[in-house]
Design a protein around this ligand. Structure first.
Ligand code: SF4
Length: 242
């Protein structure tokens, strides 16, 4: 991580956010069709998660801000030892402006408890910070973010990792795993192992809690939940070893 040189002063964005020039820099859809999308111009140089979260409201690094209610930045205690990375906020997260507050978050809390990971050591975030959805009747249905959107949002994840400095990063689901390990990562083949990653000294991938909820029957949900907890026990062991 940290591949991009940061020359501006602590806590200030590399360009002033919100101005016309900046919108062009981060929104090539309107002003610069075909340009490379990135959150980088909106990410301040800071070790404060609060400052990062405040700046993220102005991000125009891809188009997803246009249809979401608000940005959903990561959250957790200062000095969190483990960072969980999901795919993107869900419907509830988008409405409330906080990560993992919906049904998947409740299931993650239960799995953390069963695996012996104290919730007060956990920072939670997503690879993509705005909710991507499509209408189905009156409902907003989750839509998988594109690789270009995950890449555009990556500077925020890199900044969170620099600020939080977790001992272990846990990727929840294939999108988060590919954001952290790279696009060649195969979740079901490589989950449940402590691996080095470009963005973190130790990282573990597992299934997303929402995939437990989506299992077609109670037996499938039980099997998937046990898989999630088993992988989180690997994380708990890695944390005890540091
Ligand atoms: S999804 Fe990420 S890059 Fe795109 S606008 Fe939101 S914060 Fe910026």
């Amino acid at each position: 991580m940290g591949s991009m040189a940061r020359k501006n002063v602590e806590g200030t964005p590399r360009r002033s956010v919100g101005g016309t020039r900046d919108a062009k820099a981060g929104s090539p859809d309107d002003a610069n069709p075909g340009g490379v999308r990135s959150a980088a111009p909106f990410v301040p140089v800071t070790s404060s998660v609060r400052t990062l979260a405040a700046a993220a409201h102005a991000c125009r690094g891809c188009d997803l801000y246009k249809t979401a209610t608000q940005v959903v930045f990561g959250s957790g205690p200062k000095g969190a030892r483990v960072m969980f990375v999901g795919e993107q906020p869900g419907d509830q997260e988008d409405r409330q402006g906080a990560p993992f507050v919906g049904p998947a978050g409740a299931l993650l809390d239960k799995a953390l408890e069963d695996a012996g990971i104290p919730r007060d050591q956990v920072y939670v975030t997503n690879a993509v910070k705005h909710f991507k959805w499509e209408p189905r009747g009156k409902r907003r249905i989750h839509k998988k973010p594109r690789a270009s959107e995950i890449k555009a949002c990556r500077p925020w994840l890199e900044a969170e990792l620099r600020a939080v400095k977790p001992a272990v990063v846990v990727c929840l689901g294939a999108t988060a795993a590919q954001a952290v390990f790279g696009s060649q990562f195969k979740l079901m083949r490589q989950r449940g192992h402590v691996l080095p990653a470009p963005l973190a000294p130790q990282a573990v991938a597992t299934i997303h809690p929402s995939s437990v909820l989506r299992a077609p029957d109670s037996e499938g949900r039980r099997t998937a939940y046990e898989m999630l907890v088993a992988d989180l026990e690997v994380v708990a062991k890695a944390l005890r070893g540091r």
